[in-house]
Design a protein around this ligand. Sequence first.
Ligand code: 6GU
Length: 233
Amino acid sequence: MINFNLLTLFPEMFPGMLGQSLAGKALARGDWSFNAINIRDFSTDNHKTVDDTPYGGGAGMVMRADIIEHALLSLKKPSRNIYLSPRGKVLNQALVKELSQEQDLTLLCGRYEGVDQRILDAHDFEEVSIGDYVLSGGEPAALILMDSCIRLLPNVMGNVDTADNESFGSATNGLLEYPHYTRPASWTDAKGNTHNVPDILQSGNHAKIKDWRREQSKKLTQAVRPDLLKKNV
Ligand code: 6GU
């Protein structure tokens, strides 16, 4: 059971994709919940403004600390605060696992050029990024963070084995996952090329299959993410 408080200018973006599939079923069961708060509801002027021009000049607008604080203080209980931002530490599976064990998480989603630094300082926001590229707002990043946490909740994934076997899971020792195959054993694509399932996977020799998969994981990781091998020897 985890609750996500979302501070956003676009509350209708939630639960979004998380209302579907496994996360959607878990939401319906009450395995997780969310509370999307519209920051604009805490604006005090007639025009419902939430932002202003940056001190020191420059492009764009900055979301005001005082208004965000009013939204934050409307929450019943204080919780771990996260600001989704490309300046943050990059989300990885270790942080996901840690966050998934919290009872409440408050996720601040910024728009425009960002938020006044003082709201982050005053309320101990941890800054988290989902990768080295820039989004137009924190909402899609919040959904991704939420998805990664929800799938680790007890009862959410059908097969308890699966979470650990995947890329970055403990069973693969932090390596990328080996390739998967299903029927038909021989498949000819639309271009006329025939692709066969590796013989070893059809051999029934589970020790050899395990070795083959480990080898594939290592090769794939070396080719695509050599940085992961350095950390996991
Ligand atoms: Cl968390 N927010 C935004 N706005 N852009 C991002 C990001 C987050 N992570 C990567 N790019």
